[in-house]
Design a protein around this ligand. Structure first.
Ligand SMILES: [Zn+2]
Length: 273
């Protein structure tokens, strides 16, 4: 009898353990979230680096739709097209910070002299404070949203490596990653580590629509991340994809709320109070 009980307990544990990794069980949970106006999901369009196409092609593209995107800028790139960026602010787009120098791993030749492996939490903090000050000086806006350059969230190397997520959490209301695998579950997500989903080079029907439909099922907030805005090419979010996406989320009875990162982050913060 003792042996039988042990055997059945063992079998029970195996079944239980198997269910933890069972995708069908997880799919049945269908968590929802109290999005405004009966919406079932949210999406933000975000673009990095203050690329040349943003205040030109991008600004002209978004204006007729009235869609507000989030642009994570490097101030030196804003300075070179300042009037265009002032018009972006007037159009209502959100301006976030993407640091001053865009520090990335020194394994990239272009980043060797600003390698995050050579930063400390203190030097990163100094740089991010300066990025906020410079953006305020140039565009008269206070950036509250941040995107991690290269999506990398550490400074230093080896046993002296530290996360700089706490620095971002202190200075900004949100920090977005890059090419993350997860979506944002609004009742759980750490605002300092928003999951970023790549939209460069993607098509709507085959790539983005399935992600939005999954978001509707699960109440997710999708933060799409791209670089240039254009017809196609390297590190470019296609206008044809954006056009279909916006028409999809703006159709009558759409279940998706589209807004800037700051607007959605503030809504979630209010819900948490
Ligand atoms: Zn970048």
């Amino acid at each position: 009898m003792q042996t039988n009980r042990n055997t059945s307990t063992c079998l029970g544990m195996i079944v239980l353990m198997a269910c933890f990794s069972c995708p069908d069980m997880k799919a049945q949970e269908k968590p929802s979230y109290n999005w405004p106006n009966g919406k079932k999901a949210a999406v933000s369009l975000t673009f990095d680096d203050a690329r040349a196409s943003h205040p030109t092609v991008g600004a002209d593209f978004f204006r007729p739709y009235g869609v507000k995107a989030t642009f994570y800028v490097v101030p030196s790139a804003v300075e070179s097209r300042l009037e265009g960026w002032k018009r972006m602010v007037a159009d209502g787009h959100e301006i976030g910070s993407h640091s001053m120098l865009h520090p990335c791993t020194g394994n990239f030749d272009w980043s060797r002299d600003k390698a995050i492996e050579n930063y400390t939490q203190a030097s990163m903090r100094e740089e991010l404070v300066e990025s906020k000050r410079k953006i305020k000086e140039l565009l008269d806006v206070e950036p509250v949203s941040f995107a991690y350059p290269c999506g990398l969230k550490y400074v230093g190397r080896g046993i002296e490596t530290e996360s700089y997520v706490p620095v971002v959490a202190e200075l900004f209301s949100s920090g977005r990653g890059w090419m993350d695998e997860a979506r944002n579950a609004p009742s759980f997500v750490d605002m300092a580590q928003l999951q970023g989903t790549e939209m460069d080079g993607k098509d709507f029907e085959s790539d983005i629509k399935p992600i939005l439909d999954e978001a509707i099922e699960n109440g997710y907030w999708i933060v799409l991340a791209g670089h240039e805005i254009g017809e196609g090419g390297s590190q470019t979010t296609k206008m044809s994809m954006l056009d279909e996406l916006i028409k999809y989320v703006q159709q009558p009875n759409s279940e998706i709320w589209i807004a800037s990162v700051d607007e959605i982050a503030r809504y979630i913060a209010d819900q948490r109070k």
